[in-house]
Every structure is written in C-alpha cells, then in structure tokens.
Design a protein around this ligand. Sequence first.
Ligand code: NAD
Length: 250
Amino acid sequence: MTGRVQGKVALITGAAGGMGRTHAQLLAEQGADIFVTDINEAGLAETVALVKSLGVKVESALHDVADENHWQQIADQAKQAFGRVDILVNNAGIAMPRRLEDTTTQEWDLVMAINAKGPFLGCRTILPLMKEAGGSIINISSAYGIVGGPNAAAYNASKGAVRMLTKGAAIDLARYGIRVNSVHPGVIRTGMTEEYIDDPKIGEMLLSTQIQKRAAEPREVSQVVLFLASEESSFVTGAEYTADGGFTAQ
Ligand SMILES: NC(=O)c1ccc[n+]([C@@H]2O[C@H](COP(=O)([O-])OP(=O)(O)OC[C@H]3O[C@@H](n4cnc5c(N)ncnc54)[C@H](O)[C@@H]3O)[C@@H](O)[C@H]2O)c1
C-alpha cells in the first residue's frame, strides 16, 4: 500500500516528545523518511527508536532552533543524508505562563527566539534543500496565535508572529512550488500542558472554554499536519488550520 507521503523526506523539530513525536510517527507510518531534531537527547533517542521500527530511514540531531549555526548544521546533515527536504514541520516551542506585568525582558526574548525566530530560521535555512522540487512547510502556532489568553502575553505574541510569518512565507515561496501553512492547536495533552490539565482548578477552567470540553491527544493534531504535508492539500497555502476543538469558533 502506498502511504500518503510515500518517499518524501520530512524534517520535524521539537520531536523528542509531545506532538513532534506523533507528527514524526504519523508521517513515517504514511511512508516518509524522517529527520527529527530536539534539544532533549533522551527523548529524541526514544522517538528515533519508535520511528525506526516503522521501517523508514531516520536521521536525528541535537538542535536548538533558536541557534542559526545549528540550523546550518541541520541543513548540511539533511543534504548529506537525503539530498533534499520535502516537508518541514517547525514544531519546537516553549510555554511562558506569565502575566504581562511579571514577564521579564529575558523571558520575552527567550520565547520569541524559540517560538518565532526558530520557524523563521527553519524556513530560510531549509529553503535551498526544498526549492528545486517544491514542498510543504507547516508552522505550529497555537489557538493563542489567533486569540489572547490569560498569563500568555509573550507566548501570544510569539504564536501570532508564527501565524503571520506563515502568510508572508507562503507568498514569497510560492514561486518555488512551496506551500506554507500554520496549525493552531488548542488544549492538547503533552508534557507542556499535562500539569495544567490535571490541576483540578486550572484544568476545569481550560476545558470549560472548549466546545468539545476535552483535551485532545497529540495524534489528533498530527492528522492535520499529515494532510498539509501531503499532496491532498495541493491548493492550500498561507492558510491557518485550527485543531482546537472549536475553541476559537466562539
Ligand atoms: N500542548 C498544547 O496544548 C499546545 C497548544 C498549542 C500549541 N502548542 C505548540 O505545539 C508545539 C509542540 O508542543 P508540545 O505540546 O508537543 O510540547 P512539548 O513540550 O511536549 O514539546 C516541545 C518540544 O520542543 C523541544 N524544544 C524546546 N525548546 C527547544 C529548542 N530551543 N530547540 C529545539 N527544541 C526545543 C522540547 O524539548 C520538546 O521536546 C509547540 O510549538 C507548542 O507551542 C501546544
């Protein structure tokens, strides 16, 4: 059986756990060769083992997405291992649960460096490996890249930047046959959110704002990533896809 991304090469950042891992898993299940990166060595090794068991080619690297030099090394490694990249998932990100007045300048800079500059560097650095054959870039923003949330001013700003970076990149990269789209998850059960979802007070507040009144499993977001990565979305670019249980519909 041919997979939905059979024979493509997918690079996924922040893939040591959470959604990055399920993006890698699902793309591999559908036939893509996989390059996973993260700053978390142990988690990355687990992802590599999982994806390898699916029988596709797997490459991995320690990689801080805020570091321009790291990105160049990743591009070199991808070129050597695969010769090209067809799918780039800019997934790595951090939360910054702070009220505006408590957010330090250093915290602002950190969240912007990882969540906003990271995807920018990814798009720009991987472009030479994608521009000949075309491809699909998927930037992971957030429902909080569309609407504001409490204790999230810097995170909101970083994810809003990802949303608009995506549209600008879609326009600039269309000439190379590259589509660029953003995905906006709501409350998804991962290492980033578990403690809040499981906290009786915060969890209830979080889930009460969802139409579906539940947290999603990471794979439910990966299904959207898979669609955007595949040729099924050939006329979709510059678009924003929510996977938020209807949160931003209200
Ligand atoms: N979980 C949610 O409810 C939710 C909602 C909306 C958006 N998101 C976004 O989804 C993406 C994935 O998050 P997740 O929920 O799977 O969280 P997670 O914490 O499980 O995964 C994030 C991964 O990014 C890695 N990472 C952190 N800083 C990095 C850096 N500088 N360079 C490279 N890797 C780095 C972490 O080690 C981790 O493996 C993030 O961009 C996050 O903002 C998550």
